[in-house]
Design a protein around this ligand. Structure first.
Ligand code: MG
Length: 255
């Protein structure tokens, strides 16, 4: 069931979105060689607490940290660790959500650690651009398949692969609501987008093939072929005036 948001609820979601975005921005600034993924997670935790919000991911289905930090060939759901020290050349996907006033924000960004290869940079650029292709299609009257198709076409034309097993989703009082927002699909198919819907669009793009592997920790998802993967995400409100990104760190809190 798709839960529509009132304008009052949307304004609450703007605040949750802004804190989620700031948490991601602050965590991203901490990405540098020699820093552990645990230290980055702690920085995010402290910021979210300082805003009186709670980290959406902590204890979600038992997830043991405040953020997911997924390095290089890890696609998503990497668990921050004191044993994982970043080095120059790594690409570091950070996925963070914060709950405030009963609503979640959810966003992700893949950061470069030190100097990364031209090949890695191209993957980051294309994945980020594919997110904005998806957002452009998040227009009232369109369908979820229009978003997926826009992302897929953009990515595959550049010889990268779209992960199929994990998809975007509605966001609200629950972090994962209906509808699913696949990063692939057929234009004109799927749930219709209407004003009042809030969705997370989150392409997970592999440099090699689309296949994934589940790690024994029960969380970490890697590429099957060991090649790099990137992940960018925004929480987006469908409005009569077009898509509005709620997880934009530059957005002022509206009270
Ligand atoms: Mg998400």
């Amino acid at each position: 069931m798709i839960i529509m948001k009132t304008s009052r609820e949307l304004s609450l979601m703007r605040e949750a979105g802004r804190i989620s975005a700031r948490a991601l921005e602050i965590a991203g600034k901490a990405v540098e060689p020699g820093v552990t993924t645990y230290e980055i997670d702690e920085i995010a935790r402290k910021y979210i607490a300082s805003e009186g919000a709670t980290p959406s991911f902590l204890n979600y289905q038992g997830f043991p940290a405040n953020s997911c930090i997924s390095v290089n060939n890890v696609i998503i759901h990497g668990i921050p660790s004191k044993n994982e020290k970043l080095k120059s050349g790594d690409i570091v996907s950070i996925d963070i959500g914060a709950k405030l006033n009963g609503f979640h924000g959810d966003n992700a960004y893949t950061f470069a650690c030190g100097d990364i290869s031209a090949e890695a940079q191209r993957l980051l650029t294309v994945t980020k651009e594919s997110l904005y292709e998806g957002i452009k299609a998040a227009v009232a009257g369109n369908r979820t398949g229009d978003i997926g198709s826009a992302v897929q076409r953009y990515v595959e034309a550049r010889n990268y692969s779209v992960v199929r097993e994990f998809v975007g989703h509605g966001v609200g009082a629950d972090m994962h609501e209906d509808p699913s927002i696949p990063n692939y699909g057929t234009a004109g198919r799927g749930a219709r987008l209407l004003p009042g819907m809030v969705i997370a669009i989150e392409p997970m793009i592999n440099a090699g093939s689309a296949g994934i592997r589940h790690m024994p920790d029960g969380w970490t998802i890697t590429t099957r072929d060991g090649k790099l993967s990137a992940h960018f995400e925004h929480t987006v409100a469908i409005t009569p005036d077009g898509p509005v990104i709620l997880t934009d760190p530059s957005r002022e809190v509206q009270r």
